[in-house]
Design a binder for this molecule. Structure first.
Ligand code: TYM
Length: 331
């Protein structure tokens, strides 16, 4: 079984990215059904909105170091930068030509981002899901571990694969999303009805994996809750407390039921204190490892190996696709 996933290097990697995606990559890398696991840095996706050159480079490197610091093992997972494998863009174009504007315009993430983008909406923001489909289909991935917000893009990927397969005969594996039961949608700490996002203009809304540990604790202690005064999982009526329960459940590997029982007589201050300490306990070793490797040679070594392997797989596949369509000369 082949797995692939990616994260955009477009800001601070958050606790949401960690619990919804990276923590599961680390679990899945040990699966005995695995033949290949590819994890990349989606830098081409990041430029759908304007990026500062220096920041982008810094964020790419930082994301590689975070992947490793969170426990991805380069022996088991090939880590690479999307823009260093040109076949992603090549297939992205082919899939744009097999997708419909209407289906791209229906993507909720596009609609949200379009609203927030004041300085002009790039064409890339609209066509981005075709590139994401290319990232996946290029490798015939069976499973794509992601958070809930990427589910719609995965459905489009499946539609494009099925459409292409029926037009040009079987070419692509139709992938399945792998969405974790808990942690697939971590919410903002200041508005728990909104997703925690690395592009939130208010840093109090998210926890960055690299936030100072005291800042992490402070953010959790000041997370918006409610005035009921009892700890219970109820997303509709108690979204803030439910979000903290989810976070606690993920970082301590304890069920929400058990946590509800444990905190049934606690006040919010005690509960938040424990959540803050549990998150701090999870992030402290990640930060220590990050600081150890961020300036080491390991980063380039991992990226060189990942790039070579991904190009090897991707170039074989794109040649087959071009042949099926009739592009260029037969190879
Ligand atoms: P991105 O960079 O927005 O997010 C990376 C991963 O983190 C998950 N995630 C969350 N999970 C739980 N709670 C949250 N608040 C939260 N916020 C984000 C996302 O679901 C995702 O799994 N388009 C993708 C990157 C991408 C990709 C791909 C992923 C490009 N090509 C191919 C898989 C396969 C994105 O923008 O993710």
């Amino acid at each position: 079984m082949r797995l692939i996933s990616g994260i955009q290097p477009s800001g601070n990697i958050t606790l949401g990215n960690y619990l919804g995606a990276v923590k599961n990559f680390v679990k899945l890398q040990n699966s005995d059904k695995l033949t290949d696991f590819l994890v990349f840095i989606a830098d081409l996706h990041a430029i759908t909105v304007p990026q500062d050159k220096t920041e982008l480079r810094k964020n790419i490197k930082s994301l590689v170091a975070l992947y490793l610091a969170c426990g991805l093992d380069p022996e088991k997972v090939k880590i690479f930068i999307q823009s260093e494998v040109p076949a992603h863009t090549m297939l992205g174009w082919v899939l744009q030509c097999n997708g419909y504007i209407g289906e791209l315009e229906r993507m909720t993430q596009y609609k949200d981002k379009k609203e927030r983008q004041v300085a002009g909406v790039s064409v890339g923001l609209l066509t981005y899901p075709s590139l994401m489909a290319a990232d996946i289909l290029l490798y015939d991935a069976n499973l794509v571990p992601v958070g809930v917000d990427q589910k719609q893009h995965l459905e489009l990927t499946r539609d494009l694969a099925i459409r292409f397969n029926s037009r040009y005969q079987d070419t692509f594996v139709v992938p399945e999303p792998y969405i974790p039961e808990a942690g697939a949608k971590i919410m903002s700490l200041i508005d728990p009805t909104k997703k925690m996002s690395k592009s939130d203009p208010n840093p109090k809304a998210y926890i960055s994996l690299l936030d100072d540990i005291n800042v992490v604790k402070k953010k959790i202690k000041s997370a918006v809750t409610d005035s009921d005064g009892f700890v219970k999982y109820d997303v509709e009526n108690k979204p803030g407390i439910s979000n903290l329960l989810t976070i606690m459940s993920c970082v301590t590997n304890t069920s929400i039921k058990e946590l509800e029982e444990k905190y049934k007589d606690s006040n919010y201050a005690t509960f938040k204190e424990d959540v803050a300490n549990a998150v701090a306990l999870e992030l402290t070793p990640i930060q220590a490892k990050y600081n150890e490797i961020i300036n080491s040679k390991m980063i380039d070594e991992v990226l060189d190996a990942g790039r070579d392997y991904a190009n090897y797989l991707a170039n074989k596949k794109i040649a087959k696709i071009y042949n099926k369509i009739g592009l260029g000369r037969k190879r």
